[in-house]
Design a binder for this molecule. Structure first.
Ligand code: URA
Length: 241
C-alpha cells in the first residue's frame, strides 16, 4: 500500500498537511536515506524506511486505545466546560485525533474504545450488528429472577420502545444487588432506563466488555493503553460476523 509522504506524516502526527510541507521543505525527511522534499511523493511504509530528523517513523494507519473511563468526564471529543475523555490523553496520542466509539454516560466507568478507524467504529456501532456490550452494575433494590425473565423478553422503556432481549445475571441479590447485564443496542441511558422500568435504580455502572474486547482490569480509572495486535485482529474479525 502506498500513499503520499505528506499524508503519511500528517497521519503520524507530524502536523497538518501545511506544516508537513514545511517540514519536507526543510530537508529533514528521508525515504531510504534520500532526502525527500516533494509532498506528493508516493511511499510504501511497509517496504521503505521513512525518517524525520534521523528517527524512523513507525507507520500505523490507525490507532486503537482502550481506556478505563473514570466517572465525571464526558465521552465527547470537545466541550467548552466539561472535561472530556480526549483531555485525558497524552499529547503524543492527542495529535492523532482519536474519537470515542460510542458513549458512556458521564457517571459511567469502564471500557471505552478510542480510535481513528472510522470504518471499525461504524461497524461496532451499527444497530444491524447487534454488538453485545456487558456492564457490571450495582442496583438499589433486590434484583429477582422475575427481572431476569423480563430482561430476556425485552423491556418497555419510558418512551414506549421495547428493547431487544438482554441477558441479566444476578451476582449478588439483596437490598443492593450486583448484576451483569448484556445488551446489544445502545439507546440513550439504556441500562439505567431498563432498571427504572422494573422499579429499580442503577447506582453504579461500569462497562466490562464490548464485542470481543474485555476491559483490561490493570488499567486504573482514567488510564489507557494501545490495543494489542491480537485485540485489533479480534475486533476486525468480529465486525465481519
Ligand atoms: N447504559 C446506561 O444507562 N448508561 C451508559 O453509560 C451505558 C449504558
Amino acid at each position: 500500500m502506498s500513499l503520499r509522504i505528506d499524508k503519511l506524516l500528517a497521519n503520524m502526527g507530524y502536523g497538518t498537511r501545511k506544516e508537513v510541507k514545511k517540514l519536507l521543505k526543510s530537508g529533514v525527511v528521508k525515504v531510504d536515506d534520500v532526502i525527500v522534499k516533494d509532498p506528493k511523493m508516493q511511499v510504501n511504509p511497509d517496504e521503505q524506511v521513512v525518517t524525520v530528523w534521523g528517527e524512523e517513523v513507525q507507520y500505523k494507519e490507525f490507532i486503537y486505545l482502550m481506556m478505563n473511563k473514570p466517572p465525571g468526564v464526558i465521552s465527547a471529543t470537545e466541550d467548552v466546560v466539561q472535561e472530556t475523555v480526549i483531555d485525558l490523553l497524552e499529547e503524543e496520542d492527542k495529535i492523532f485525533a482519536p474519537f470515542p466509539v460510542g458513549r458512556l454516560d458521564k457517571d459511567t466507568e469502564g471500557l471505552l474504545l478510542l480510535t481513528t478507524d472510522g470504518q471499525l467504529a461504524h461497524q461496532l456501532l451499527s444497530p444491524k450488528k447487534h454488538v453485545p456490550k456487558t456492564y457490571f452494575a450495582v442496583i438499589d433494590g433486590e434484583v429477582t429472577e422475575a427481572d431476569v425473565a423480563a430482561f430476556r423478553q425485552g423491556i418497555v422503556l419510558d418512551d414506549g420502545y421495547k428493547t431487544k432481549p438482554a441477558e441479566l445475571v444476578i451476582l449478588k441479590s439483596g437490598i443492593r444487588s450486583d448484576v451483569e447485564v448484556t445488551i446489544t443496542e445502545g439507546k440513550f441511558h439504556q441500562v439505567k432506563r431498563m432498571f427504572q422500568a422494573v422499579g429499580k435504580r442503577v447506582v453504579y455502572l461500569k462497562r466490562i466488555q464490548m464485542g470481543p474486547l474485555s476491559l483490561d482490569e490493570s488499567l486504573a480509572l482514567g488510564e489507557y493503553r494501545e490495543l494489542t495486535d491480537e485485540e485489533v485482529a479480534l475486533l476486525k474479525s468480529f465486525q465481519q460476523t
